[in-house]
Design a protein around this ligand. Structure first.
Ligand SMILES: NC(=O)c1ccc[n+]([C@@H]2O[C@H](COP(=O)([O-])OP(=O)(O)OC[C@H]3O[C@@H](n4cnc5c(N)ncnc54)[C@H](O)[C@@H]3O)[C@@H](O)[C@H]2O)c1
Length: 287
């Protein structure tokens, strides 16, 4: 049974994940390497700069360190020497396959992916990825834990880089960047199309439900006519790489596709909107 939870990395995702579990009554240890400062979060979260102490009593360890395989591997190497033989390790990686993460690990039968979405304490979805060698009990235990915390876990059938949500998101941004690079629409117009049209439906209906509503005969035509027109780019787009090279990283650098005078209030406003939208959606769906 999961009682004590350790979260590794107190950045954007680690903070939100720690907050979620603390808000649902779990004892949470939040680890950050020595020398870094901790965000102010919740009195029920205990902060550690010592990995061994942070994971000493952990039944579940959620890894939310930067998306670099070497960093994650080094953290797992350290964990291998100190965690109990019943602790479950869950990575919050956005893109790396579980098979890659589990390679040569002594706890490869107890490592899974729990992919949260930012802000992690507010967005209901968590994608769960396991391997054929993972004990089914681990998947069941994590699913139960996440449901208890008000989440909507989706256990995928198979391990694949990017899982489902990021593959869908990547397909959308590839086409959006193609439209911008070819002068068909600018980022503001594309954001309006998504926010005022597609996104409103997506909060309530998924693509297959929308296909059923529109008629599959219509979708057979739409896909047949449009697929040959769509971007098939397999590289990170030039226009995006140029922005990164110029230090235009988005909200965190104050400039990306838009200018941000006050980056922290932009993130706060987004959290508030999501919080309200999630409550509103629940109310509507209960009717
Ligand atoms: N930001 C998102 O929207 C998002 C969404 C889903 C998943 N993810 C994934 O979650 C993970 C964390 O992303 P993030 O956005 O929170 O990154 P972040 O950079 O905000 O936070 C990473 C934290 O890890 C700390 N860190 C660095 N080295 C460490 C180590 N060796 N041990 C412990 N902590 C260490 C950093 O100091 C930092 O506080 C990544 O794998 C990312 O792909 C991010």
């Amino acid at each position: 049974m999961i009682k004590n939870i350790a979260v590794l990395g107190s950045g954007t995702m680690g903070s939100g994940i720690a907050l979620l579990f603390a808000e649902h009554g779990f004892k949470v240890a939040l680890y950050e390497p020595a020398g870094r400062t901790f965000p102010s979060l919740d009195a029920r979260i205990h902060f550690y700069n010592d990995l061994e102490k942070a994971v000493a009593n952990a039944d579940l360890i959620v890894e939310a360190v930067p998306e670099q395989l070497e960093i994650k591997r080094e953290v797992f190497r350290q964990l291998a020497e100190i965690i109990s033989d019943r602790a479950i390790v869950a990575s919050n990686t956005s893109t790396i396959s579980l098979q890659t993460l589990a390679e040569n690990l002594p706890f490869s039968d107890r490592i899974v992916i729990t992919h949260f979405f930012n802000p992690a304490n507010l967005i209901p979805l968590v994608e769960i990825v396991t391997l054929p060698t993972t004990s089914p009990q681990i998947g069941n235990e994590l699913t139960a834990l996440l449901i208890h915390c008000g989440k909507t876990p989706v256990v995928l059938n198979r391990d694949v880089p990017g899982f489902v949500a990021n593959r869908l998101q990547a397909a959308l941004i590839r086409e959006a960047l193609y439209l911008v690079e070819n002068g068909i629409a600018d980022p503001g117009q594309i954001d309006t199309v998504v926010k005022e049209g597609l996104g409103l439906r997506w909060a309530f209906k998924g693509p297959f439900e929308i296909a059923d509503l529109g008629g599959l005969d219509v979708w057979a035509k739409v896909t047949g006519h449009l697929f040959p027109e769509l971007s098939t780019n397999t590289l990170a787009p030039e226009s995006l790489l140029t922005k990164v090279a110029d230090g235009e990283l988005g909200v965190k650098s104050g400039y990306g596709y838009y200018r941000y005078e006050d980056p922290s209030s932009t993130a706060e406003k987004m959290k508030n909107s999501i919080d309200q939208l999630v409550s509103f959606k629940k109310r509507i769906e209960e009717v």
